[in-house]
Design a protein around this ligand. Structure first.
Ligand SMILES: [Zn+2]
Length: 177
């Protein structure tokens, strides 16, 4: 996506990671996590568009004119499901926090979250995104209170059943360790 000239690009105000972690912890007090509000509090504008190619789930890109305080925006494909869009926003937030130095002008993701980033970085972003939307501490609270059905948990956390099943599997493995 073409954007304003390089000279107009402001330097990203580099919020430190501790500040980001505090914002994340605050957002995670309420389930479902308001991932759009969290992204915005981290300095990212979030947009939806029906005009992204069908094979593209979303992108994170330098957006000096319309981006948030960081100068970046997240754009998600509005034709995808609500839970999928939430996961895409979380996945882009993960890239923003974990891989910003290599972000450059941005990154576009296909339906499997493949991009110019390495496969290992995509996996890292998926794991981080799952932890954003399904915080392990909250999952522990909910399962302790007797909600253990993955589909019911998925509805409460507003994630796909698949994402919830993966996170539950990870959660149980972590508990066994
Ligand atoms: Zn990605």
């Amino acid at each position: 996506m073409p954007h304003a000239s390089r000279t107009a690009t402001p330097e990203c105000p580099d919020r430190d990671r501790a500040a980001a972690d505090r914002l994340i912890a605050r957002a995670q007090r309420t389930i479902p996590v308001d991932i759009t509000a969290l992204a915005e509090s981290l300095g990212l504008a979030v947009w939806e568009s029906p005009f992204l190619p069908p094979a593209i789930s979303g992108k994170l890109f330098r957006d000096p004119r319309h981006g948030g305080a960081s100068g970046y925006s997240i754009l998600v494909n509005s034709r995808e499901s609500y839970t999928r869009k939430r996961f895409t926003v979380a996945h882009e937030v993960a890239h923003f926090l974990l891989h910003r130095k290599r972000l450059g002008e941005g990154v576009a993701e296909d339906a499997w979250y493949r991009s110019d980033f390495a496969v290992s970085e995509e996996r890292e972003a998926n794991r981080f995104a799952a932890d954003l939307l399904i915080p392990p501490a909250q999952l522990a609270r909910w399962t302790r209170s007797g909600v253990t059905d993955p589909d019911e948990l998925a509805r409460h956390f507003e994630v796909s059943s698949r994402a919830m099943r993966i996170q539950l599997g990870q959660f149980r493995r972590d508990q066994e360790e």
